[in-house]
Design a protein around this ligand. Sequence first.
Ligand code: RIB
Ligand code: CA
Length: 318
Amino acid sequence: MAKKKMILDLDTGIDDALAIAYALTVPEADLIGVIGSYGNVLTPQAVQNCLDLLDMLGHPEVPVFAGPTHSSTTTTFSVMPISQRIHGMNGVGDVSLPHSSRTAEQMSGRDFIIEAAHQYGDDLIVVPTDPLTTLAAAIKKDPAITHLIGNVTLMGGALTIPGNVTPATEANINQDPVAANEVFQSPLPLTMVGLDVTTRTLLTKKKTAQWRALGTTAGKKYAAIVDYYIDIYADVHPHLNGCALHDPLAVAVAVDPSLVTTLPLNMKVEVDGPCAGRTIGDEELLDQPVHSQAAVNVDKDRFEQLLMTHLTTLFQNN
Ligand code: RIB
Ligand code: CA
């Protein structure tokens, strides 16, 4: 089978950094570009983190594009204090990374998605692990891409458990519910990897110690970054006993859907009212052909093992 082409759209915080590392190692897909956008950090910081991480991981050939700087319904954006706490002021646990001398591409992230959709069609997988503003903007500019892109596997939302910003909403969806609704209600073949499954997949300091022990730059930096995240999770979500592997799970599911069981369901996002930001079945589309699905269970052990195997191999050589 031909290798898929993958685009990552990130608000480059700590689990986004894990998603980049995972995407560089999967045999099923080539990472053809990364978009850095607002969310856990401001867009310029997200872009810089993408550049720094890719270079540190030995992949300076992967181009980085800038995403939007704010949601589709606002004109500015400030990082939420809880995001600063969870991901650090610089998005990577306040760990300093070797500075990349590269800069972002001239083309915007939105236009890169459109160009890649026309070039690769069904072979293209888009994995947003950030607000859905970039993808919604691409659909608005060129609606034909909804029939070209092979699959969108996104980290965001919650169907069977409460959100992590309010009881109704998860962080990525909460940043731009209008854009998220446009993506969910488009005809895109879509898989939602939400809190239902991502909060079941965890990493502990026993595992990060293995990366530190490699003695490489990437091993030591990633161990420090993820230890920061684990410490914050112990404060903010003590019942989990580790940090949630939100964003790398989305990458893993994008190339190996058998990691999760899904509920086929046409969904929408509530855009206002007390449940603003809630991802839920669209009651008006229950009898329509289903184009989307929500992950509701995960083979936690297999994914955690895959993550350790893939990332340890990558960090060994960088
Ligand atoms: O709710 C978790 C999501 O919000 C993750 O993608 C995390 O990186 C933040 O963007
Ligand atoms: Ca993210």
